[in-house]
Design a protein around this ligand. Structure first.
Ligand code: ASP
Length: 343
């Protein structure tokens, strides 16, 4: 807070919002967002938080992002945490749900809002959704005090590790199948504080990962063969998100398929069962086809999104925990990403 105005760091990582069209399609453009933000009178008003722009170079299409980029973004937030009341990360939509999930695991103790946003149409388009996303995200980051990583898109603030990109041309590109919106930004902004994660210690550790694990996701499909599983689970793979049907089902009569998974879990690969469905939860044991997975050592991803499961697996393995602990923590709620089973 400076002169009564909240301070927000806007971290530009890339994405359509700040892209311009070139001859091979849209691509990031250096300096474009800075010029655009400087031209927005609504951002200099006394009733808006004050913002500072920081650019993560090189700007990326989020399809080009990898775990090191999550770590870089988390590192900037941790390094500048004390200076600001909230953070906005301007990011591409394609992998925004992965980055938001990863940040929720990389920033334990978070006590301030981190809001990821972007847009479906570049700010070069007169119908761009980016302008409102920037204004509202800066407002939400500066004023709500929510202690979590969120995505703001199409008038809704979603928990980042519960969100998924569900559409590539509608403005409402994100949804959260297993958790309600944390805020609705209509003519009035309604924040549902009762749903929010309680503030952490507010002390962020330096983001350092001693190890860069190999993790993968595999979507089950009718006719999938054991040979494919064998190839995917080869060393050095340490973690696998198996995207299964419905309530967590996969072929249960194919002994070779199950044998391949069993060899993986016996070798110490953490295999997590997440549903391909956008909503609902995995219930291993509800059908014989999921009991078979449990029998070969696959653990339940409960109601986590595959994005949350993959990034969680990455962060846990990267921090050097042993396999038993990783398996146990994958089934626990660490950052609001999972609803534990009520027994
Ligand atoms: N490919 C773009 C990106 O993810 C899409 C977008 O931002 O909407 O960076």
């Amino acid at each position: 807070m400076k002169d009564g105005r909240a301070q927000v760091l806007v971290l530009h990582a890339g994405g359509t919002i700040g892209m311009v069209q070139g001859h091979e399609g849209f691509g990031p453009s250096d300096g474009f967002l800075a010029t655009y933000l400087a031209s927005m009178p609504e951002l200099t008003r006394a009733d808006m938080p004050e913002h500072t722009l920081s650019v993560l170079e090189p700007l990326l299409d989020s399809a080009d992002m990898a775990p090191d980029d999550w770590v870089r973004i988390a590192g900037v937030i941790a390094a500048r945490y004390a200076e600001f009341d909230g953070f906005v990360v301007v990011h591409g939509t394609d992998t925004m749900a992965y980055t938001a999930s990863a940040l929720s695991f990389l920033l334990p103790g978070l006590g301030k809002p981190v809001v990821l946003t972007g847009s479906q149409l570049s700010l070069t388009d007169p119908r761009s959704d980016g302008r409102e996303h920037l204004v509202t995200s800066i407002l939400l980051a500066g004023t709500t005090g929510l202690a979590e990583v969120c995505i703001y898109f199409a008038q809704r603030l979603l928990r980042g590790n519960r969100a998924q990109k569900v559409h590539n041309d509608r403005f409402a590109a994100f949804d959260s199948g297993n958790f309600p919106a944390l805020a609705h930004a209509g003519t009035v902004i309604e924040v549902r504080h009762s749903l929010a994660i309680p503030p952490g210690t507010g002390l962020l550790q330096r983001v350092e990962l001693p190890h860069r694990p190999e993790v993968a996701a595999l979507r089950i499909f009718p006719g999938i063969r054991a040979g494919l599983i064998e190839k995917v689970i080869e060393a050095p793979l340490e973690g696998l998100v198996l995207e299964t049907y419905g309530a967590g089902n996969a072929p249960g009569r194919d002994a070779a398929f199950l044998g391949a998974l069993e060899r993986a879990t016996k070798r110490g690969v953490v295999v997590v069962n997440c549903s391909q469905c956008h909503g609902g939860r995995v219930r291993q044991g509800l059908y014989q086809t999921s009991s078979a997975l449990a029998r070969v050592g696959v653990i339940s991803g409960h109601d986590m999104t595959p994005e949350a499961a993959l990034t969680k697996l990455y962060c846990l393995l990267a921090s050097g925990l042993d396999v038993r602990t990783v398996r146990a923590q994958m089934e626990q709620d660490l950052a609001g990403e999972l609803t534990p089973l009520q027994r």
